[in-house]
Design a protein around this ligand. Structure first.
Ligand code: PLP
Length: 406
């Protein structure tokens, strides 16, 4: 049930937008590097990048120029026709992931949806028609289409839409020794986020990776890595799973890959690709020249120096957040993360801290109730980190005082 809770009376159009988002009380009209500028001209330091998307920051000159040039040349032809940018992007992504084939689409949920379908098709083509089950993990988030939602754990997202795929089991990432009993010869695939993002920024352990690999070895079940949030360089490696030795059969990418242009990708091993035929899956827009060009420009920047600076700035961010946690030890339970995905996990609901940060000109968000999540653009620098941590410090103090006064 939606009521008309128009969040911004200044914007009459908002009355006609479906009210399914809880909006922050700010309207951004422009961006510049690490900053977003609102309709009163106030600048905010962006440590969220549109939930992990604006990887090159805002109004990046080379990205804007490439998009403008491509728009003036050719935006879309459909997948009835090959385009060289698509081939080049697929080649780059297979090299970066060590996989063999790329299916290009438009979002993270679509990339996961493709991987789930490819897993079922893999077994079906091999004649194992009953092999349709999936094993996912507690606290997972894989998207909101019916397939991706079926392997998403949080009942809040799932329950209004049941029945979903019924043959999904959820294993606990914290109890790798229990995984073995949940994977059998009817399991088509296991799907795992190397760093659970929406679930509260929880990196998975090497023990869990070993258990996943062992279950695959015993049963043949495929391994899908959902790297939509953790991948495309965010951890300072191209895939977040590289940090814990995960060797997937398929990888889903999205978010940062298009640097703001909607781009998703499913990467496959050749053995899986061999089981697919024309017509098995598809998309009208996926991999169009504009989207592919944007993703290629992003990869140029990433490999042209950003990966190195991500690692350097990420180490600095981790140090500064540990200091912050020590200073606010009464309310900060833990800081977690890897690379440029970080969580400050609080002893209370993070909403007032996110609001206090916004008031002070810093964009972060709340996830898993108690977590302040940081997903800065990859162009972030040490001075940006200093500024963000100073604001978070003040926001934590303000929110804690508010709590004490209540
Ligand atoms: N998978 C993961 C790990 C995500 O974090 C998200 C989005 O937050 C998705 C899938 C869904 O991506 P999209 O919103 O682009 O469909």
């Amino acid at each position: 049930m939606t009521t008309d809770t128009t969040h911004d009376a200044r914007n009459l159009d908002a009355r006609h937008v479906l009210q399914i988002y809880k909006r922050q009380p700010v309207v951004f009209v422009r961006g510049d590097g690490m900053r977003l500028i609102d309709d009163s001209g106030r600048a905010y330091l962006d440590f969220l990048s549109g939930i992990g998307v604006a990887s090159l920051g805002h109004a990046h000159p080379r990205l804007s120029a490439a998009i403008a040039e491509q728009a003036a040349t050719l935006i879309h032809t459909s997948n009835l026709y090959y385009h060289p940018w698509q081939g080049e992007l697929a080649a780059r992504l297979t090299r970066l992931t060590g996989l063999d084939r790329a299916f290009l689409c438009n979002s993270g949920t679509e990339a996961n949806e493709a991987c789930l379908k490819f897993a079922r098709r893999f077994w079906r083509t091999r004649g194992e028609t009953d092999r349709s089950k999936f094993v996912a993990f507690t606290h997972s988030f894989h998207g909101r289409t019916m397939g991706s939602l079926s392997v998403t754990w949080d009942p809040h997202y799932r329950e209004p839409f049941t029945p979903l795929l019924s043959d999904v089991k959820f294993a606990s990432p914290a109890e790798p020794w229990l995984l073995d009993a949940m994977v059998d010869e009817d399991t088509a695939a296991m799907i795992i986020e190397p760093i659970q993002g929406e679930g509260g920024v929880r990196p998975i352990s090497r023990e869990l990776v070993e258990a996943i690999h062992a279950a695959r070895k015993r049963t043949g079940a495929l391994v899908i890595a959902d790297e939509v949030q953790s991948g495309s360089g965010r951890t300072g490696t191209f895939l977040g799973g590289e940090l814990v030795g995960l060797a997937p059969d398929m990888v889903a990418l999205g978010k940062a890959l298009g640097a703001g242009v909607p781009v998703g990708a499913a990467l496959l091993r050749q053995s899986v690709a061999d089981m697919l035929s024309p017509g098995d899956h598809g998309t009208t827009y996926g991999g169009n020249p504009l989207a592919s060009r944007a993703a290629l420009l992003f990869l140029d920047e990433l490999e042209g120096g950003l990966l190195v600076s991500i690692r350097r700035v990420a180490a600095y961010l981790a140090t500064r957040l540990r200091e912050l946690a020590l200073k606010h030890a009464d309310v900060v339970r833990e800081v977690r993360g890897a690379g440029l995905i970080a969580a400050v996990d609080l002893a209370f609901d993070a909403t007032p801290v996110v609001a206090a940060a916004l008031e002070r000109g810093l964009l972060v968000n709340r996830t898993a109730t108690t977590v302040v999540r940081l997903l800065p653009p990859f162009i972030v620098t040490e001075p940006d980190v200093d500024e963000a941590v100073a604001i978070l410090d003040a926001a934590l103090t303000a929110a804690t005082l508010q709590g004490v006064q209540r």
